[in-house]
Design a protein around this ligand. Sequence first.
Ligand SMILES: [Ca+2]
Ligand SMILES: [Ca+2]
Length: 70
Amino acid sequence: MAEELPDERTARLKSTFAEIDTDGDGYISESELKRHFPDLPPEALGAMSQAADSDQDGRYSLEEFIRTVS
Ligand SMILES: [Ca+2]
Ligand SMILES: [Ca+2]
């Protein structure tokens, strides 16, 4: 894969985040994640929430999301 400019990458991640954040509150909840990835097994969700939810508030901020996928 070609290397991307960080700005482009951030912009793309932001739009992905907005897509998953269906109620637009600025956080991705587990149910929004499940709605967006219906085929994701519960184990994957659990592993992801442990790794991604660094402040342990049960939802993903944009910052946590970017940190996790980048
Ligand atoms: Ca939300
Ligand atoms: Ca969090």
